[in-house]
Design a protein around this ligand. Structure first.
Ligand SMILES: *Cc1c(COP(=O)(O)O)cnc(C)c1O
Ligand SMILES: [Zn+2]
Length: 414
């Protein structure tokens, strides 16, 4: 059964019944992005700790009653979510933290958090009878949409900016989607996809517009909370592009709090790159968001015009969190550090959370006795070219044991 009560506009606050089946608010237009609202009293009775103890579905679909999705085809889907929450020892020691957790969302089927939203999108598209699903993305929403559409036999048309990294581009084509590489930036790709979707009546997976994408994304918080026995960390750190992911992170905790499963909502640290930091600038200057350049190696958060500003701003404000930005060099350092200390390989936007945490510790925004979860939103193998900046490339070794010993001594391993 569906526990959805309806949709509320994030701008004007008006409430709409489910049967209206809206994408955005009719009064506010495209900016009037909607929130899905549930019957929380009814959910409270069903979603008890016992319910979760007895639930053997270790994927994000274990939260289906809170997601408002049709359940008919769930069993046919790839397994999304229930990614590991790793208790950090080495990295925690290095940073002087007592309680640090790493949520490795790069271990989803297509290698990023976007699978959580794409899984919902594909089910919704099937439900709506759409013949094609379409989206524009910096790369991960694209590759994940292509992945889950392929598995469910749904044709996909995917728009990406020309700078999308090679791993992501390769995934999209490999999954058999129709790939449109737009000669321009993400803004240009988004605009072209919007026109094409309207013209051809495809199912629209564009994260910002479609309110159900946040319903998928929020499962990362539901998992973090449950994996910590419903006592989430003081802080949760996540990188921000369009703002849907951070919006989902907040909504997940907000709803768990509302149905009485957690006592408090963690504070959320939203991380951007100094090369593209519209949220950070707006919050620093207390002014509305202004378009920014998209100048960072962290392509997944190179979003000059965030499409979901309201939900992102609310997430940080309502959780009493903070915004922070980090230069690309620090993102590259964080990538190497996370790999070396924990064996977790994240793409630049994925490890931006760690770089943001380090900066927040330096600035005293987060203190060392607080507990922290960093979300690694994407897998490092997606972007090998930027990952190479984080390593020293090996030289060729002559097949000679003496020479090998010299090399090993230099490395300190013998
Ligand atoms: C999409 C993405 C983000 C940011 O999510 P938004 O919803 O655009 O804010 C962060 N990291 C990775 C790896 C992503 O793919
Ligand atoms: Zn409205």
């Amino acid at each position: 059964m569906s526990y959805i009560k309806g949709y509320r506009c994030t701008i004007c606050g008006e409430f709409f019944e489910t049967k209206d089946n809206l994408l955005t608010c009719p009064h506010c237009g495209e900016k009037g992005i909607l929130d899905v609202e549930y019957d929380y009293e009814a959910l409270k009775k069903v979603l008890t700790k016992k319910y979760f103890e007895n639930n053997k579905d270790y994927s994000m679909w274990r939260y289906a009653p809170m997601m408002g999705i049709p359940t008919d085809h769930i069993d046919e889907m790839l397994r999304i979510g229930w990614t590991p929450l790793i208790k950090s020892h080495n990295l925690a020691d290095e940073l002087g933290l007592k309680n640090l957790y790493i949520k490795d969302d790069g271990l989803n089927p297509s290698g990023s958090s976007k699978d959580r939203a794409s899984g919902v999108a594909v089910l919704k598209a099937i439900e709506s009878g759409a013949k094609v699903i379409a989206c524009s993305s910096t790369g991960n929403a694209a590759s994940s949409c292509a992945c889950h559409a392929a598995h469910m036999g749904l044709p996909a048309v995917i728009f990406v900016p020309k700078r999308a990294p090679i791993g992501k581009l390769t995934q999209i084509s490999l999954y058999g989607a129709t790939l449109v590489v737009v000669d321009g930036d993400y803004k240009a790709a988004f605009k072209l996809s919007k026109e094409a979707i309207a013209r051809h009546h495809w199912y629209n997976r564009n994260a910002a517009i479609n309110p159900f994408m946040v319903e998928g994304k929020k499962t990362v918080s539901l998992e973090i909370a449950e994996q910590l026995n419903f006592k989430p960390t003081d802080w949760v750190v996540v990188s921000v592009g369009d703002g849907c992911t951070v919006g989902g992170v907040y909504k997940g905790f907000y709803e768990l709090h509302k149905i009485g499963l957690i006592d408090r909502i963690p504070r959320i640290l939203g991380v951007q790159s100094t090369g593209c930091e519209p949220f950070v600038v707006a919050s620093k200057n207390h002014e509305p968001l202004k378009e920014c350049e998209e100048n960072t190696i962290a392509d997944s958060i190179a979003v000059g015009i965030p499409r979901n500003p309201t939900k992102a701003l609310r997430a940080i404000e309502n959780s009493k969190g903070a915004w922070i930005s980090v230069p690309d060099e620090k993102i590259i350092e964080a990538m190497a550090l996370l790999g070396r200390k924990e064996g977790v390989f994240g793409e630049p936007a994925g490890v931006a959370s760690l770089a943001g945490l380090i900066r927040a510790l330096e600035e005293g925004i987060i203190s060392k006795d607080e507990s922290v979860t960093i979300i690694v939103t994407g897998n490092g193998l997606k972007d090998p070219n930027n990952a190479q900046k984080a390593i020293v490339k090996p030289e060729l070794m002559e097949p000679n044991i003496e020479k090998l010993d010299i090399y090993l001594k230099g490395k300190g391993v013998i």
